[in-house]
Every structure is written in C-alpha cells, then in structure tokens.
Design a protein around this ligand. Sequence first.
Ligand code: SAH
Ligand code: DHB
Ligand code: MG
Length: 222
Amino acid sequence: MTQPTWDAVDAYFSDTLVGHDPVLEAAAAAADAAGLPPIAVAPNQGKLLHLLALTVGARRILEVGTLGGYSAIWLARALPADGTLITLEIDPKHAEVARGNLARAGLDKVAEVRLGSALDSLAVIGAEGGEPFDLVFIDADKVNNPAYFAWALELTRPGSLIVVDNVVRGGAVADAASTDAAVVATRRLHDVIAAEPRVTATSVQTVGSKGYDGFTLARVQN
Ligand code: SAH
Ligand code: DHB
Ligand code: MG
C-alpha cells in the first residue's frame, strides 16, 4: 500500500465521518492562499484531536505550533464557551493568518495566538502562573520537542494529555544512527518519556494524506 491508497482512504474517512465543513475548508484555503506550507493536520486527524479534547473534558488547551490555525480550530471547538486555547507561533505571517481563521470560525474569544519563539512564550506562560492545561498539542519545530515536552509537564495536571505530532517521519525514528537533528530529538523525546515516572505514554504510526508519520500520546499520572 502506498500514498495513493492512503489518500483514498483518508478521503473516504473524511467524507463519511468528518463531512463538509465550510469554516475549516475556508481556513485551509486561506492558509494556502497566503502561501503557508501544506503541513496542517489532515481533517480526520484534526477530528481526532477534537475527540481527545472532548474526552479529557478540556477547558484549557495549549498548542505549540499554530501555522494557519487549522488544528487550533479543531481543538478550540471542543472547549466550553468559557474555555481557553493558547497557541504559540514564531512566524508573524502564520500568526496573522491564524488569527483571521480563528475569528472567522467565531473562536477569537476562546483562542489566543501568541507570537514569538515557543520557548520564550512557554516561559511567559509559566511565569503567569495560570490554571494548568488539560491538553497540550506539540507540533512546531521538532528539534525542541524534548524542551516542549518538559514545559508541557510543567504546565499540566494529573489526568492531562500531551500529544506530539510527527514522531515517525517516514520511519527514520527507528534509526539509532541517524544524524538528522529532528530524528535525534525525537529519539531523545522517547528516552525522556520512558524515564519519566509522571507520565504513561505510547506512540503510534499512522499513514494517510500526510504520508507515513505518527503521534505520541502521554497521560500525566495521578
Ligand atoms: N498545528 C498546525 C501545524 C503547525 S506547523 C496544524 O496542524 O494546523 C508548525 C508551525 O510551528 C509552523 O507554523 C512554524 O512556523 C511554527 N514554529 C516553528 N518553530 C517554532 C518555534 N520555535 N516557536 C514557535 N513556533 C514555531
Ligand atoms: C512538517 C511539520 C509538521 O508539523 C507536519 O505535520 C508535517 C511536516 C515539516 O516541517 O515538514
Ligand atoms: Mg505536524
């Protein structure tokens, strides 16, 4: 099975279970029109994030890596009216597109895009001392994933869920000899998680319109 099959199956699942969604389609179109890279989560993956947020009863969500706000819309739609999503983005153009998309989705009251390097923004959020986040979605530069994960642990509570995108990257994660910085960091992330008693975690491989990749899911333990 190769990419055309994965594309067809993703289209089938998205057609049947996700459906036509003008707000999300407009957000994706606006990101394309602005020249953003086509690396947002797929529709059925976005819905998975939405389901995970609903399942943990998320009231506060943190996202690292906004792009055009596509995954942020899926996540924020799982929040109650008084919920909060903070999403972190380093690129001013991406942040601007995302703010427009979130406003058109009617989510600008619950969703805030913070511009800047995610590590800087995370330090600010930590210093603000707000309520813990119930779900963290890590999907920015992969080399910083160990640091983003450490912050996610700092900013969550027992029962929170931490999701990391793009942990497989075509299978390269299994190559212990890899010198690719993203692969090295992803392997370090797995070592950190394996040695971390505060979480229980697994990683799963996925195929689909985004190619061959996968997610890590880690639950903060009681
Ligand atoms: N979560 C989005 C996709 C994010 S793509 C979705 O599925 O819709 C990754 C994003 O992370 C890009 O917009 C990129 O500009 C941003 N990014 C990369 N390095 C970053 C950093 N150091 N701090 C914050 N954002 C960063
Ligand atoms: C890339 C980044 C992502 O977050 C993703 O889901 C797919 C690809 C990338 O940088 O290539
Ligand atoms: Mg990603």
